[in-house]
Design a binder for this molecule. Structure first.
Ligand code: FES
Ligand SMILES: [Fe+2]
Length: 324
């Protein structure tokens, strides 16, 4: 853990790759949770995540490893490992040693993305990656993607979402919106009324936030146009977080140009807000006991939600909620 942000890596599902960017036969290495993880897709289309180091003599499977059929072949002595991590072939041995296996990480493919399950002790997943029904629908635009690497921890970025007051003082929004939030097991839900300022005057709208564990956020803005943000984050190491925002906009019937313009305006607004938040995130400390006041929004509730994903922490009471 870093001294500036003394929080462990949280357990859960985290997006590691775009599904389309790992074609059958491809191998990719991603750095996350302070280590390398090797992804490969077999000829049958199944994607897998394995620990990088071959149990034979320690070669890195992501550096020169090749997909052969549905297995990955180590570059060093050509041992083959299938998606379950088992060694299925050694070209020069009569017998495969029973201990010849690489550890695997659970992986699912959903909403066009690959998610891996992280648990420090290898405990199996106890919840599922949500399906976003709007994703891939004809009624919605193609996603626009923005990626950010920020020297922070996922909890610090998540706190920003419920830190109602900072929207006014950091982002210059007209007034602090009301926010209601509750913990629903592994899902944190928040709802907020919003006022959009347009050249034609103010328009009432809302934002609905679902945070599934610590790595997947689905935010729906309703108002002038409906917009959906799929926000995935993954810790790279103790102090570096990779965040990817994918925006889709509900198409305005018969007006592609307007849909594009709304999308562009939204993306630039989010980029503006991230630009303002990043210097704060990258220089602040995480205070275990912050001095909060009554107008702060549900920051303490979000911290209780996060605590369930840390090693040894008790689960929060179901249905716990806060407003303010
Ligand atoms: S180190 Fe992988 S096959 Fe020898
Ligand atoms: Fe912010």
């Amino acid at each position: 853990m870093s001294e500036r942000i003394p929080l462990p890596f949280p357990t859960g599902w985290f997006c590691v790759h775009d599904a389309a960017e790992l074609a059958p036969g491809q191998v990719a290495t991603v750095h996350c949770f302070g280590r390398d993880l090797v992804l490969f897709r077999g000829e049958d289309g199944g994607a897998h995540a394995v620990e990088p180091y071959c149990p034979h003599l320690g070669a890195h499977l992501g550096v020169g490893g090749v997909v052969v059929g549905n297995a990955i072949r180590c570059p060093f002595h050509h041992w083959h490992f299938d998606g379950s991590g088992r060694c299925v072939e050694i070209p020069y041995a009569k017998r495969i040693p029973p201990a010849a296996r690489v550890a695997i990480w659970p992986l699912v493919e959903r909403n066009g993305l690959l998610f891996v399950w992280y648990h420090p002790d290898g405990v199996a997943p106890w919840w599922e990656v949500p399906t976003v029904p709007e994703w891939g629908s004809d009624e919605w635009s193609e996603p626009t993607v923005r990626r950010f690497e920020v020297k922070t921890h996922p909890q610090e970025m998540a706190e920003n979402t419920v830190d109602a007051v900072h929207f006014q003082f950091v982002h210059g929004t007209p007034r602090t919106p009301e926010m209601e939030a509750r913990i629903d097991g592994h899902v944190f839900r928040a709802h907020q009324g919003l006022t959009f300022t347009t050249p034609q005057g103010e328009v009432k709208g809302s934002v609905e936030i679902q945070q599934h564990g610590c790595g997947i956020g689905v935010t729906r803005f309703r108002g002038i146009v409906d917009t959906l943000l799929l926000i995935t984050g993954i810790p790279v190491d103790d102090e570096l977080h990779r965040s990817t925002i994918r925006f889709i906009v509900k198409k305005l019937p018969g007006d592609e140009e307007a849909t594009r313009n709304v999308g562009r305006a939204f993306v630039s607004e989010i980029e503006r807000q991230y630009g303002q938040d990043i210097p704060i995130w990258e220089n602040k400390r995480h205070l275990a006991r912050p001095v909060l006041c009554d107008g702060d929004g549900p920051i303490a509730l979000l911290r209780r939600f996060y605590a369930q994903f840390y090693p040894g922490a008790p689960a929060p009471a179901a249905g716990e909620r806060a407003a303010g």
